[in-house]
Write a new protein. Structure first.
Length: 316
């Protein structure tokens, strides 16, 4: 069965995050498996005003949440009150196992229902202070892209919607499908939630050259034994400067980013091929099956064999 994703929209619809989600969960042609159904709902079906000043007709009411597997709340007018009927419907869906995904100010809905009490939540840096004052039991984090607790996930900015939705595809159906959808959308390599919402830029002087070309080069050369010095030479900067760029712009180290890409490629190869673990290890630059298994278990708390059995859906 396909996963049912329902975007719950408020009185004013911000189109961008909803269209981003529909792009990830929609149909991608005959060559990519179609695993999701996507639709919108609102408390009062009918024309809904958008931030572009035009109306969109939303045909489904809150009853659509009754069988939703995922509820996407993409933007919400910040305030203390969520309509009781809407809050009850979201709370009931969460109680039966539906996943709540909130982006930007959409975090106010799960926050008002107590679903984030005692938990960390990603929030846009402009909203962090207000949310912290209104809901002091939530640990607000304005630095990271998103925080995913499994049953509730939050993203700090609307531009992070694609990252968060691709992360859900990866959780539901494996890294290979998420990578294929991301490639079709020309999205950047899957960004981990702990990456920075925005780079720390200098207040004076030139802005450092972006590291995007280096990331593309790394992704194309995973099979090679890449060192920090190799990456720094490719970028034309010192290893210390490159490490600072990664920390400022991605919130991680070059070595950690490289390992994450190698693990992601390992997952895709385990899902889509019958290649032995030893061969996969060499393809992704982890040198040996022993080394791959060690990193794989440390990162995912499982073995390559168990992962392949769990996510392998079709013969190679």
């Amino acid at each position: 069965m396909r996963n049912r994703v329902v975007a719950l929209v408020g009185p004013t619809l911000e189109l961008y995050p909803v269209t981003c989600a529909s792009a990830v969960f929609g149909w991608h042609g005959p060559d990519i498996p179609h695993r999701y159904d996507f639709r919108m709902c609102t408390e009062r079906p009918g024309p809904v005003r958008t931030t572009l000043g035009v109306d969109v007709v939303v045909e489904n009411g809150l009853e659509a949440l009754a069988d939703a597997d995922t509820i996407l709340i993409a933007g919400w007018c910040p305030g203390p009150d969520v309509p009781p009927a809407l809050g009850d419907a979201v709370r009931a869906a969460h109680a039966r196992g539906a996943r709540i995904v909130a982006t930007c100010s959409g975090v106010y809905v799960p926050a008002s229902l107590g679903l984030l009490d005692g938990r960390r939540a990603a929030i846009h840096w402009e909203c962090a202070g207000a949310l912290a004052r209104q809901y002091p039991r939530i640990s607000t984090d304005a630095t990271v892209l998103y925080v995913d607790h499994g049953d509730v996930a939050t993203a700090g900015a609307t531009a992070t919607t694609i990252d968060l939705c691709l992360n859900q595809v990866r959780r539901d159906h494996g890294a290979a499908l998420a990578m294929r959808i991301g490639r079709q959308l020309s999205a950047p390599p899957l960004r981990e939630g702990e990456q920075r919402q925005y780079p720390a830029l200098p207040t004076t002087g030139p802005v450092p050259d972006p590291i995007a070309p280096l990331l593309d080069w790394i992704a194309a050369n995973l099979h090679r034994p890449l060192s920090l010095e190799d990456m720094a030479t490719r970028s034309g900067v010192s290893p210390r400067t490159l490490s600072r760029y990664f920390a400022d712009q991605l919130g991680t180290s070059p070595g950690r980013w490289l390992l994450d890409r190698r693990i992601a490629s390992t997952r895709a190869l385990l899902e889509e091929t019958d290649l032995p673990v030893e061969t996969i290890a060499k393809r992704v630059g982890l040198s040996s099956a022993v080394n791959l298994r060690r990193h794989f278990r440390h990162t995912l708390r499982t073995t390559p064999g168990a992962y392949r059995r769990a996510f392998r859906s079709t013969p190679a």
